[in-house]
Design a protein around this ligand. Structure first.
Ligand SMILES: [Zn+2]
Length: 335
C-alpha cells in the first residue's frame, strides 16, 4: 500500500471490532485503492497484528497472503489481469473479459457458506466492483444481504455510480483521496519517473496513473535506443546526440542490461532482458570478444549501483558508447 493511505488504514482498523460486513472503497482511478484494499485485507487476516492493528508481515497468515494462498481470502476480479483492473484502458483492451461473471460469484458459494479455515475472518475483495455485470451483482447481493458470520466484503470502485443502488446501500462507504501534490511528486521521483510534474498533471494528480503513463513512454524510449545501438555500424557520437536528453540512470540501466544479454547469449545461448531484440542481439553477440564485453558490463553495473553524476554527463555517455562501439567494431579501436 502507498504510504499516503496510512492514516485511512489506521482509522478503519481502529474500528475493527465493529467492522461492517460490506465496505465500498471509492475514489479516483490510479491513486492506489487496490493496494489499500489488499493492505486492509491482510491486516484483517493477520494472526499477530501490530499495536496499530496493521499486518505483521511475518505470521503464517501474512505469508500465505503474500503468496496468494490464504485459504480465507478470495479476490473477485475480471478474468483479465487484475493489475490492469483499475485502469480503464486495461478493461477496454478486454483481455479475456472485462466483466466479473455470475459464474465467478457462484463459485464463491462454498467459500461463503463454509466456516473459515483459520477460525478468523473470511474476506472477499471485489475489484473493480463496477465490473460486476447485472447478474453477478444480483447474485452477490444475496450474500451482502445476509452475510454469514465473520464473512466480509470489500468492494473497490472508481465508478461507484455504475453500481446498483441495492449494492451500494448494503455497504459502508469509504472515500479515498489522492495524495497532496508534494507527496505524489516525491513518490514519482522515487520510482525514477522523469519530469514527474508533467506526468502527474496529465494524470489529474493520480500517482499510479502517472507512473503507468511514464512507463509507457520509457518503453518506447528503450525501443528506440536499443534499435540505435543494435545497428552494428552505429556512430557513438550521433547516438549520444540523438539521446542527449536521456536521464543518466536510464542510459546506464539500458546499457548494462544490453551488454549482459550480449554476453550471456554468446556464452550460454540465453537472453534475459530483451527477448524482443533476439535477432539484433545474436548479430552483436557474434561480433564481440565476450570477456571484453563482460568487463564493460561489470563497469556499468558498478556505476549503476553508486551512481554519481559526472560533471559532464554528455562526455560520460559518449565514452561508454565509444567503448561499446569498439567492442562491436574492433577495427574502430585504432581510430
Ligand atoms: Zn501477520
Amino acid at each position: 500500500m502507498e504510504n499516503w493511505f496510512k492514516k485511512d488504514l489506521e482509522t478503519v482498523l481502529a474500528q475493527k471490532a465493529q467492522l461492517p460486513h460490506a465496505m465500498l472503497i471509492k475514489g479516483p482511478r490510479g491513486i492506489g485503492k487496490l493496494g489499500f484494499g489488499l493492505a486492509l485485507t491482510q491486516a484483517l487476516l493477520c494472526e499477530k497484528p501490530a499495536a496499530d492493528a496493521t499486518a505483521c508481515n511475518a505470521c503464517n497468515a501474512c505469508n500465505w497472503f503474500a503468496s496468494g494462498s490464504h485459504p480465507d481470502f478470495r479476490l473477485l476480479a475480471p478474468m483479465s489481469e487484475s493489475a490492469e483492473a483499475e485502469s480503464e484502458e486495461g478493461a477496454k483492451k478486454g483481455k479475456a473479459s472485462p466483466w466479473i461473471s455470475i459464474e465467478q460469484v457462484r463459485e464463491l458459494h462454498d467459500f461463503i457458506n463454509v466456516s473459515s479455515h483459520r477460525g478468523g475472518r473470511k474476506i472477499i475483495l471485489v475489484a473493480p466492483a463496477e465490473a460486476l455485470n447485472v447478474n453477478a451483482a444480483n447474485a452477490l447481493l444475496k450474500s451482502l444481504e445476509e452475510p454469514p458470520a465473520l464473512t466480509y466484503f470489500i468492494l473497490i470502485s472508481h465508478r461507484p455510480h455504475r453500481l446498483p443502488r441495492t449494492i451500494i446501500s448494503r455497504c459502508r462507504q469509504l472515500n479515498l483521496l489522492p495524495p497532496d501534490r508534494a507527496t505524489a511528486l516525491a513518490w514519482l521521483g522515487k520510482q525514477g519517473v522523469e519530469q514527474p510534474e508533467v506526468v502527474l498533471a496529465q494524470s489529474s494528480g493520480a500517482p499510479l496513473l502517472a507512473l503507468a503513463a511514464s512507463a509507457g513512454e520509457e518503453l518506447a524510449g528503450r525501443r528506440d535506443f536499443l534499435r540505435a545501438i543494435a545497428s552494428t555500424d552505429f556512430d557513438p557520437l550521433t547516438v549520444a546526440e540523438t539521446f542527449r536528453d536521456l536521464p543518466l540512470e536510464r542510459f546506464i540501466n539500458w546499457m548494462q542490461k544490453w551488454t549482459y544479454d550480449v554476453v550471456i547469449l554468446r556464452m550460454l545461448g540465453e537472453i534475459r532482458y530483451s527477448p524482443d531484440f533476439k535477432r539484433e542481439l545474436s548479430a552483436t553477440a557474434q561480433r564481440i570478444e565476450p570477456l571484453a564485453a563482460l568487463r564493460l558490463h561489470r563497469k556499468l553495473v558498478r556505476e549503476q549501483r553508486n551512481i554519481h553524476h559526472p560533471l559532464n554527463v554528455r562526455l560520460y555517455i559518449e565514452s561508454v558508447l565509444l567503448a561499446y562501439s569498439a567492442l562491436v567494431n574492433p577495427s574502430r579501436k585504432a581510430a
